[in-house]
Every structure is written in C-alpha cells, then in structure tokens.
Design a protein around this ligand. Sequence first.
Ligand SMILES: [Zn+2]
Length: 404
Amino acid sequence: MTTRRLYYDDAFEKEFTARVMHCEVLPPDVSAGITGTVWGLLLDRTAFYPTSGGQPNDLGKIGDANVLDVRDEGDEILHVVDRKPSSPDVNGCIHWPRRFDHMQQHTGQHLLSAMFQERFGLPTVSFHLGTEMCTIDLRGPEPTEEILEGAERAANRIIFEDRPVNVRYGTADQLAQQGVRKEVNREGILRAIEIEGADLQPCGGTHVKSTGQIGVVLVRRCTKVRQDWRVEFVCGGRAERVARHDFESLRQTAEKLSSVPEDLVSAASRAVAERDANFKLVRALQERLAQAEATLALQTVSHGANGSLVFSRIFEGVSADYLGFFATAFAKSEKAIALLGTVEGGHLLFAQHPSAGKDMNSLLKQVLEKAGGKGGGTRDFARGRLNEGASPERALSVAKEMLG
Ligand SMILES: [Zn+2]
C-alpha cells in the first residue's frame, strides 16, 4: 500500500487527518536512541517527511503519540511512535519550527549549489543537513575566497528578489529539455524543484514557497574531504543565530584586548607581537639570572675528595629552561658537577664539566630507575622528569650517594 505524501503538494501543511492502515510493535533501535517499546505506524496519508536526500525526518505528534522517527520504506512511510493510537482515525501534527528550518536550509542548498555550478563550474556531489551546520561537497578545483563569496552573494541576490519556488513534474527527458541541473536516469514521472530563472533540480524534499523565505545564505568554512571540497553554510534562522554568536565572540574577544570589534585584527596582532617580545625578554632575563646564581653557587661550593665541585639544589618557581641555563653556566668551571631539580613538574638536570670525569646520562638513568621517571642525555648533560608524586629531594640525595 502506498502512503500518500501530502508534503509533495503542500510543504506548508502542518496538521492533517489520516487513517491507520497498520500498527505493530517494532524491535528497539539503540543506534537511533530508541530503547523503550515503540510502534511502527503506516497511514494512508501523511505530512511527515522521512529522512531522505540529505534532509532529516520531521518530528511531532500522531494523536497522543510522539513521533520519534520517520522512515522512507519505498512506497510506504513508517512512523515510529511511542504509543499505540486508540482510534483508527488520527490527527497528525508536525513540529513546525524544525520542519521550517529544514526547508530554509534545503532550499538555500538548491540555490547555493546552482550558483557554484552555473557561475564557477563546480557541481555539488552531496548535501548534508546537520543539526548545526549544513554542507555541500563540490567537485573540481579548490574554490577560492572570491568564489565562495561570489556564490554567496549571487544566492543572496536571488533571495532578495523573492523569486517563486515551484514544484514541477515530468519525465527525465522532459526535465533534461528544461535544463535540469542534475540529470537522472529514473523511469516514470519525476518531481523537480524550480527556482524561477535560476535552477531546476529533481528532488523529493520540502522547500519554501519563494526565495525570500530562505532569509539569507551565509557561507562559512571550506575544507578538503577526500577529492572534494566541503563548503559549510547556514540559511535563515540559523544564519541569524550564527551571526549573533559570531558578533558576541568578537565583542568579548575585543573586550579582553581592550579594543573594539572593528580594530580586533590589529589589536590581536599587537598582543601577539607583545607576547613574543616578552617571551624573548623573559628568556634572556632568566639566562642572566641563572648565570648570576651559578656564579654565586660556585663561590659557596667546596671541593670534594677527588677535587670535584658538586652542587645540588631543588629550585622552586622556575621553569625547566632555567635549570638548563643554570647548569650550562655552572658546568663551565673545571671539575664542576650540578645536580638540579624543580619542585614544580619534577624536572631533573645533571650536568658536568668534562674534566669531572663522571657519566651524567648513566647516573640519571640509575636515579630514575630508583625514584621513578624518564629521561636521558649525554655523558656531560642529561635531563629527565620524575613520575608524578616522586620526591625530587630523594632523587638528588640518591644521585649524591652514587657519586660518592
Ligand atoms: Zn530539495
């Protein structure tokens, strides 16, 4: 039995009456988020659009039952509902904001695809209407910024002209003669959507009545997906929300940079340049401070039994880089050995002047084996990191013991 699709002739029909032709319990469909008992309903006629052709299904009510899913099963449309109807005659009501949103996006897609193809020779190979973003995949060379903007502007011009959107029926041959955008090889009478003077495209979906109802098209990112170019876009109510959200982000970012949205790019460039200059300055100052501290340390440390100068310290509030500067400066002196660690992050650094004659790499490895951690280096310079919770004090006292 064929379900009559009311939306084919009137996509603005929100409520309808129908007769239940068949009703049965369906197995749960966990992948669709349906876990409880659900029923599958076949009606003689329906305004509910089933998921197909890139457009998601409608939601709404049939009698007291909530419609959870609508599936296209060839000639029939299956409504998945959460309770059994009490009467064979039912009223159906589709959730209009969701449907209208889909119609705005879907009609906008026809128009945008037509502009990419006609003006820039980029055919659309697929379309997806997501919960946030819509995408079309274009085939051909990479669309430049000028092309993306050009297609957007051309589509919006036709939206502002508020051209009629018509449903046409014809055979594949008849549609081909009328200049259909995408030829199909299907038998029988086909349904096609015409945007007057702009596009003719075979489609079984739901569309607005005139281009003005699309509102506006906003083209967003373009990324490469396999051999095609995926263009993100939004229309109508979604474009309004996205634009509002974008401005809100710009305003808050500008506020953080003590600027205004109009000057945001130069304010951000200044902030980044300042950050980079400060980074260099801090690094240079750290190096100078570490050299001064190393000089001081050399004056206080006394010679060990074999003449070596062993210095060990746990630093607080310094970076791993600081250890490096300190060790490099300290180990410039004959016979010097530095065993260093940090409280924060558990960094270790062992360094020596070659004349000290030990092996810092193997010393570090033995210490890390006992204390727990990872690291390595050369005979004269080795760095590592303790596992979380391991004590740097203990690691350094183990190292001192091993040096003898
Ligand atoms: Zn369509």
